[in-house]
Design a protein around this ligand. Structure first.
Ligand code: AMP
Ligand code: MG
Length: 419
């Protein structure tokens, strides 16, 4: 996309880069994105987590024939009456080994689950309620004609599209495609996402910490979060707060689909980055009305969409889940609704909050006497990564919301669903 980022976002109602609401930021990002178009063909087994790029239209019915849902006897519904009946067993039908003849009046066939219904039979009576004496099978009254039979095509019907382009392929879809005898599928190519950390204070694992240094943890959380999204990951390491080094890194990253950086977008640091970005591409610097994660940059450098995340470790994760995840799934070609569900749960404690920003507090969803409740993890500083590790959910305190009293319902997002 060459159309300017600035002109795309300026159309958004209520767009204010100095106090941008979370929903507006998400909308602004979406307005600029163009999903990858290229596709490739992969084996069904390798398609897990990929985005489908074709219609899947069954050439066959699944199952291919009417078949038995139970172990028992296949009978003619018209032979069953208001009192018990005794039928003659004339053969057996197993899954994969159909009975070859035809059932006539007062006849039945021993049948196993999955076996094709013999010609003439339309009903299965389960074995537990029948009495067998040699070939004489006595069936009690009260059976319904048509019972315990799975109809041909009840799972998938020939000619009716079952999967659409843009759907993510999960375990269920892999099995469904395989049930049609299809071995390969067309999927969108994987998104290529490059990332690096910025900061003079960052040390890499394997080196001793000098005074004032911290180990670079953001690259590891990003690695984990990106892996769950199924994108191709290009880890570019740590880049110093040095214009020449940063420019080189951005140029190298710009041939990928997206670049994530952490650090360097807070007010004090952003100025020299702003000057450099103006040379390389078009990048907007936002103050988002949220906590944590207020400063963020978004734009385009070369071919790549840039997400300049804050440096604080919790802010990195929150902005990733609230903006980058949505953007990368959209860029990957997903067309299903992948918004993170918001569930309402009572808070077991009061929570401080001022209206005018969206807060993502780290929460613990727990059960008390069988009822689910949520509490915060305590200390909520944006540098306290432990709070993310202790949490199993975000407590999302909406923009307009003020303080929460104990017992009030709050919105939560489960972290385990954040793929
Ligand atoms: P910045 O946004 O660059 O001003 O960084 C904000 C805070 O996050 C500072 O305390 C940094 O030391 C810390 N920080 C920045 N990058 C990282 C990183 N990659 N790993 C751990 N902490 C970081
Ligand atoms: Mg920094």
């Amino acid at each position: 996309m060459t159309a300017s980022i600035a002109s795309a976002v300026s159309c958004i109602d209520g767009y204010d880069p100095e106090a941008l609401r979370v929903d507006k930021a998400r909308e602004a990002i979406r307005a600029c994105l163009a999903p990858v178009k290229e596709t490739e063909t992969v084996s069904v087994r390798n398609s897990l987590g990929r985005v489908l790029a074709q219609d899947i239209v069954p050439a066959i019915n699944v199952p291919g024939h009417d078949n038995s849902a139970m172990d028992g006897w296949a009978v003619r519904g018209s032979d069953l009456g208001v009192s018990q009946v005794t039928l003659r067993e004339i053969g057996k039908a197993f899954a994969g080994k159909p009975f070859q003849g035809k059932i006539g009046p007062k006849e039945c066939v021993r049948i196993m689950t999955g076996a094709v219904m013999p010609e003439g039979a339309d009903t299965v009576v389960v074995q537990e309620i029948c009495k067998a004496e040699g070939e004489r099978i006595t069936i009690p009254a009260g059976q319904k004609a048509g019972q315990n039979v799975r109809a041909a095509g009840e799972d998938l019907k020939a000619g009716m599209a079952v999967l659409k382009p843009g759907q993510p392929l999960r375990a269920a879809e892999l099995g469904l495609i395989a049930s049609l005898g299809i071995g390969e599928v067309k999927v969108r190519r994987r998104l290529r996402v490059a990332f690096f950390s910025t900061g003079d204070e960052l040390a890499s694992i394997g080196t001793a910490l000098k005074e004032g240094e911290v180990y670079d943890s953001n690259r590891y959380t990003l690695h984990g979060m990106l892996s769950r999204l199924g994108v191709e990951i290009i880890d570019m390491g740590v880049v110093r707060d040095d214009p020449a080094a940063l420019e080189k890194a951005f140029r190298a990253a710009s041939r990928h689909d997206a670049i994530l950086t952490t650090g360097g977008v807070s007010v004090g640091e952003a100025d020299f980055i702003k000057q450099m970005m103006a040379k390389l591409g078009e990048v907007l610097f936002w103050k988002i009305a949220m906590r944590p994660g207020r400063p963020m940059a978004f734009g385009k450098v070369g071919n790549a969409f840039l997400f300049g995340l804050p440096g604080n470790p919790v802010a990195v994760m929150v902005t990733f889940y609230q903006f980058v995840r949505d953007a990368l799934l959209f860029l990957s070609g997903r067309t299903d609704d992948f918004a993170i569900p918001l569930l309402k749960v009572p808070s077991s404690m009061a929570i401080r909050k001022v209206p005018g920003r969206t807060e993502y507090q780290r929460g613990i969803l727990y059960r008390e006497n069988g009822d689910w409740k949520v509490r915060t993890t305590g200390q909520q500083g944006s540098g306290v990564l432990r709070s993310m590790s202790e949490a199993n959910c975000f407590i999302v305190l909406e923009h307009e919301r003020g303080k929460v009293e104990a017992g009030e319902l709050v919105s939560v997002q489960l972290m385990d669903t954040l793929a």
